[in-house]
Design a protein around this ligand. Structure first.
Ligand code: HEM
Length: 219
């Protein structure tokens, strides 16, 4: 019965060939270093799920941000766990995407025909760092406030557009409610949308082109 329903749906949706292309495709003999991309993907899913859960209690205003984070950590059931997973997941994501990139460099996997996979990877790394930068401000404690004061200052030394960049990032001269709202908006809307789009293109290319083999001497 189940197979008949499956066949009926497959005839109309064609998901069998999709399954084939994603999970049953042929891959060369690779090693554990090739799991770093999937590990990054796993943590990305963790970040999205725990991040969505955090928005239920987090309040992005200077009056309430700090207290709402304390409330999540001490009062909400499993709040400490959700926040912990998101907090440590953020560092894991930076480390893993970096290691994944080093694997790609070490094996020369960025070469033809994978230049676009590399390019989308570079953009993904920038987005991952953007998540870290914008997320760091959200607890609105002393560490967050001063780290972002220094972080945004660094952009000020950009030749020509430095001052403009600083003002756009802060939403004024100093860090304020506008900065917090801006960072929060970027952290939960702009960056996740860009992340999902780029991961889709990245994985489409990985599947379309196929994974590179471990290079042999003389390749
Ligand atoms: C959110 C971050 C990222 C995710 C989720 C991700 C995911 C993946 C996955 C699942 C694969 C296939 C398995 C593997 O080779 O490990 C892959 C391959 C690849 N990735 Fe990434 N990646 C990310 C970031 C990057 C970065 C930062 C770069 C380089 C700048 C990059 C460049 C590549 C390349 C060139 C391949 C093809 C490798 C080959 O064919 O051997 N990726 N990625």
């Amino acid at each position: 019965m189940a197979t008949r329903v499956g066949d009926w749906l497959d005839e109309r949706l064609g998901w069998g060939s999709l399954w084939q292309a994603i999970f049953l495709r042929k891959i060369p003999k690779v090693n554990w270093l090739y799991t770093l991309g999937s590990a990054t993907l796993f943590v990305a899913v963790n970040q999205v799920v725990t991040g969505i859960l955090l928005t239920i209690y987090y309040v992005p205003t200077p009056d309430h941000a700090y207290n709402s984070v304390q409330f999540i950590t001490t009062q909400v059931s499993a709040g400490w766990l959700i926040r912990g997973l998101h907090h440590w997941g953020a560092s894991a994501m930076v480390v893993l995407s970096f290691l994944h990139m080093l694997r790609v460099i070490y094996y020369g996997s960025y070469k033809f025909p994978r230049e676009m996979t590399w390019l989308t990877g570079v953009l993904l790394l920038i987005i991952v760092l953007g998540f870290g930068f914008t997320g760091y401000l959200l607890p609105w404690d002393q560490k967050a406030y001063w780290a972002t004061t220094v972080g945004t200052r660094i952009f000020e030394v950009t030749p020509g557009i430095g001052e403009l960049l600083l003002r756009v990032m802060r939403g004024g001269e100093e860090l304020s409610a506008v900065t917090l709202a801006r960072f929060y908006g970027i952290h939960i809307w702009l960056l996740p949308a860009a992340l999902l789009f780029l991961i889709s293109v990245h994985l489409y290319l990985v599947i379309r082109i196929g994974i590179s083999a471990v290079p042999k001497r003389g390749d």
